[in-house]
Design a protein around this ligand. Sequence first.
Ligand code: AHR
Length: 307
Amino acid sequence: GATMCIGMGMSLAAQAEMIIGFSQIGSESGWRTSETASIKAEAEKRGIDLKFSDAQQKQENQIKAVRSFIAQGVDGILLAPVVETGWDQVLKEAKDAGIPVVLIDRGVDADPSLYLTKVASDFVEEGALAGAWLAAKTSGNCDVVELQGTVGSSAAIDRKEGFGNVISNFPNMKILRSQSGDFTRSGGKEVMESFLKAENGGKNICALYAHNDDMALGAVQAIKEAGLEPGKDILIVSIDGVPDIFKAMADGETNASIELNPHLGAPAFDAIKASMDGKEVPKWIKANGPLYLPDTAAEEYKKRSGK
Ligand code: AHR
């Protein structure tokens, strides 16, 4: 009994004194903003001293932030890698300093021994789910335009792959055009405008697959301005499940969204704590969400927005 009390007391104190660096990508989307808020709140709840750094979408800023966390001797680092490649050197520096790195939300193309774990959704599966929904909805007959996420990001690469894998099984489904809108609303609107112009004012387009909700919402504006009805003339499937997409679905302007869980702080902090306690941590802690449809959208919007 006495030993157990001492043990528990020590681990609580250890957590309270934990200093964690968090290199975040930026604030490109509604989802990203919720994720940042959720991780900050979780750190506060646990009494963790969180050193937050916003990279403004630049990998070089993230590398600088990680190096500065190492120099400060933090207990652990959360890294949301903007792109997949180019991390080996800095991850090796953290490893050599004995600081565990948890990849948050996106993955890297590096040796898994260089990081503790990845807390993220399976983006290939999300893309496949979007493709399967669209194939069912259109009975396998659909010409699609695709708004990709940030070039070189695991989220964009894998969401493209998963969707492509599924629709390749349907001879009458194809991607007419595919371009990056950088995960932003303005990017989505601008690229959709160019798709509409290039495809007979939009008349050739059956559906839009957007790698995130923000780009889909930007595209909704572009489609309306072109005189077409989003969600009817052009079907729209996207990913994230932000409050605004539920509003759009309830209004009949988009047709499906796959939820990406933004609450990644708790499993990430738990993993660092577990590794400090000498426990084994799995290399990938998955956080996949369901596909939502318009039938429950009004109710979901209420829950998420308090309106
Ligand atoms: O990495 C996840 C993606 O990044 C989200 O789907 C998108 O909204 C964000 O910008």
